[in-house]
Write a protein that binds this ligand. Structure first.
Ligand SMILES: O=C(O)CCC(=O)C(=O)O
Length: 285
């Protein structure tokens, strides 16, 4: 099955992103929106320490202002099915090939009337991998227009510098500083919007961000990140250790028998994370 045309694949390769209008089926959209509504209700009375939710400071039972549902694949089986063996996985496979590793998911809601901006950044510095294949697939669960803080992506920026995401003193901020922003052609940014069910795909090196949502409608964007299976998250760096229960799992194809590190291809031992005994046992002594 070919989900994408060669022109679309070429666009992803050269520009670092893709926009697919109304790509998700109505059935999936209804299932995902029903879950969004359900968890917004749950969030009204959730304890502040409930790790499923990231809320704005003003959030209250009468005035829910939910910023994000964290790791939706851990929160509900419908989100898990969508990301781990559903349309998003199919799309990742169409771009990355048959062997796919899941990394993490999140549902950025960007509440109406002032939902937070996301400053210009690249993703790979947050969770470095052994290559630059990771990409993120986003699904707008509601219609999104220019007023609602759609995701903007700078075409071709995935082939440019990897910025420090630090302030002028070198402290980590998670966003490009003004000096670095001056190197990026922000005027060329493509703001991806469309009817509910439209999809965004961006490479982990693409510079992207979004404005606050000053409209009266929320802008829920369900995001899930994948890499090629032979791309490994560098454990111990950034968010790689905080990807949820399904993080790093192979969701299509198989685990690689060989990996490439520092330009050298080599065979790799199987995954023994569920229990390694010793070299004596492994070698059958
Ligand atoms: O929600 C958005 O507009 C962008 C999200 C994003 O870039 C991120 O969470 O890394």
């Amino acid at each position: 099955m070919t989900l994408l045309t060669q022109t679309q694949l070429d666009h992803y390769e050269t520009k670092g992103y893709l926009a697919l209008d109304s790509w998700i089926s109505d059935e999936w959209l209804e299932r995902l929106n029903a879950k969004l509504d359900e968890y917004i209700e749950v969030s009204r009375t959730a304890e502040p320490k409930d790790r499923r939710f990231d809320t704005e400071p003003e959030h209250s039972p009468d005035n829910p202002r939910l910023r994000r549902i964290n790791t939706p694949t851990d929160v509900d089986p419908i989100f898990a099915e969508f990301a781990l063996d559903g349309p998003a996985t199919d799309l990742a496979e169409a771009i990355l090939g048959p062997n796919i590793r899941f990394h993490h998911s999140k549902l950025n809601i960007k509440w109406h009337s002032g939902g937070d901006e996301v400053k210009w950044h690249q993703d790979i510095q947050f969770w470095p991998h052994t290559d630059f294949s990771p990409l993120t697939i986003g699904v707008y669960l509601r219609d999104v227009d220019d007023e609602m803080g759609p995701m903007g992506i700078v075409p071709g920026s995935h082939k440019g510098p990897l910025f420090d995401l630090a302030d002028e003193e070198g402290a980590w901020t998670g966003a490009l500083n003004d000096t670095d922003l001056a190197q990026v052609d922000l005027d060329s940014a493509d703001y991806l919007k469309g009817p509910a069910g439209s999809v965004t795909v961006h490479n982990c090196c693409a510079v992207h961000g979004s404005e606050p949502n000053d409209s009266e409608r929320m802008r829920p964007l369900l995001l899930q990140t994948y890499s090629r299976a032979d791309s490994y998250p560098l454990i111990g760096v950034g968010a790689n250790g905080a990807t949820g229960r399904s993080g790093h799992q192979i969701v299509r194809g198989g685990a690689p028998t060989h990996i490439e590190v520092d330009g050298r291809r080599m065979p790799a031992a199987p995954d023994w994370s569920r229990g390694y005994t010793s070299i004596f046992d492994v070698q059958g002594n």
